[in-house]
Design a protein around this ligand. Structure first.
Ligand code: LLP
Length: 427
């Protein structure tokens, strides 16, 4: 469910025509719907009603301050993976006591910043990291709250690049090793064990892998509790998939997902755990589109190409994962020809496409297309490749809209660069 719909033949975000935003802000531009964000958060929250839980929104999906502020106002905490994300969370008014810190490669300066901020838990991914956390906490004279990220060896059945819960993946600690590491953690002077964590992958379209993973981790939690470890948090990660196609594709609903979590946790009711969830995509994915303008049409050869002003540097998902994003004409025209076209950007790579062999209304140069479901892993994965400024971002709320990040300028593109003296000819 989202709030990008046609009124007559014009595509709107809530009560604002997308064409009006293009006139005011230009293209390419990411556009987010405030009502959709709110709705997604509430539906997810309600799906876990009856189970004590904390939603730690996964910042990597979309880390714009205004998006974070919107979710924090609804009560969200945050799942972070870097010091930069912590900085954003604090700037946006997030509560550090609702922050979990994941990731296999946390540097000591990052550990220190998170300890100083007073986060809820570190999701520890290795033996070495556990020792590093103890060391840094000792230096600061504090105790670090830790959960161990257990790799449950479950196949998430998603794209291999975003599957994280198999033994062969770099993530987490195997269940066997975790027992050992928990013993170690309990013996360390500057660490307090607070929970157990897992995350098996992203864009999951079935509930069974979640249920399997949670059941395995909850079983281990029970063993640990029997051993006297006081676990308070059961972090089940993120990963719930969203529909990307307009063809009725239906990944599990948040309600089904919530039920799967409740069912998996039910046998452990005596443990009095707070379930921590780290959803990213399911909150923001369908709350955003990438608005782009058609530059040229190339037709008649083996293929038809619609060349637009957005490219793989703006939205890398199609190039990187061969992922599908629905594309809509901003001005729908029932009388226009429909053709099969690749929608491609200006970047000098054959991999620079937003859609391939897509049946689409033939939209002439100067007109607009909306690349749908681009709210998650869109802007956050954007780059300056081909020295292209990253797009502007706009948030719509009802009949109002605001630029939440201005388009980068030519100055932004060379910020921080130097032409040092050593380049001068030797004289
Ligand atoms: N927690 C952890 C530890 C994660 O690694 C991730 C995502 C999440 C939570 C949030 O997962 P979500 O609910 O958004 O599925 N760039 C890829 C997705 C990478 C996901 C990385 N980790 C894409 O565009 O599909």
């Amino acid at each position: 469910m989202h709030h990008f719909d046609y009124r007559g033949d014009e595509l709107y975000c809530e009560d604002v025509p997308l064409a009006e935003i293009a006139r005011a802000v230009g293209t390419p531009t990411y556009i987010y719907s405030h009502a959709t964000l709110e709705r997604h958060y509430r539906v997810f929250d309600e799906a876990l009603a009856g189970q004590r839980h904390l939603i730690c929104y996964s910042v990597k999906a979309n880390s714009s301050l205004a998006i974070l502020r919107t979710l924090f106002a609804l009560g969200a905490g945050a799942d972070i993976v870097s010091r930069g994300e912590l900085h954003r969370v604090l700037l946006a008014g997030g509560d550090p006591a609702k922050v979990v810190f994941s990731g296999v490669g946390k540097r000591e300066d990052e550990l220190e910043a998170a300890l100083r901020a007073g986060i809820l838990a570190f999701n520890v991914e290795s033996h070495g990291e556990l020792l590093a956390i103890d060391r840094v906490a000792g230096r600061l004279g504090v105790r670090a709250p830790v959960s161990l990220r257990v790799n449950p060896d479950v196949d998430a059945q998603t794209h291999p690049y975003i599957s994280t819960g198999l033994k062969k993946n770099k993530f987490g600690i195997s269940a066997d090793a975790a027992r050992e590491e928990y013993r170690l953690a309990r013996s360390l002077a500057h660490v307090t064990v607070v929970g157990i964590d897992c995350h098996i992958g992203s864009q999951l379209t079935r509930t069974a892998p979640f249920s399997d993973a949670i059941a395995r981790v909850a079983e281990l939690a029970r063993e640990l509790c029997a051993d006297g470890v006081e676990l308070k948090l059961l972090d089940v990660g993120g990963g719930l998939g969203i529909p990307y196609r307009d063809d009725g594709e239906a990944p599990p609903s948040p309600a089904e997902y919530g039920q799967a979590i409740r069912d998996a946790v039910a046998p452990f009711a005596g443990l009095d755990l707070t379930v921590v969830c780290e959803p990213g995509r399911v909150i923001v994915g369908n709350a955003g589109v990438l608005l782009t303008r058609v530059l040229y049409l190339k037709e008649g050869g083996e293929k038809n190409f619609t060349i637009v002003d957005a490219a793989m540097n703006d939205l890398i998902r199609p190039a990187f994962y061969d992922s599908y994003h629905a594309i809509r004409a901003v001005r729908r025209d029932a009388a226009a020809a429909v053709w099969t076209t690749d929608v491609v950007g200006p970047i000098c790579e054959t991999g620079d496409f937003l859609a391939r062999d897509r049946e689409l209304q033939c939209v002439p140069p100067g007109e607009l297309l909306a690349v749908m479901s681009a709210g998650a892993y869109g802007f956050t994965m954007a780059s300056n490749y081909n020295t292209r400024p990253r797009p502007a971002e706009v948030l719509v709320r009802g009949d109002r809209f605001a630029v939440i990040r201005r388009r980068e300028t030519l100055d932004d593109l060379v910020r921080g660069e130097e032409l040092p003296d050593l380049l001068a000819p030797r004289g």
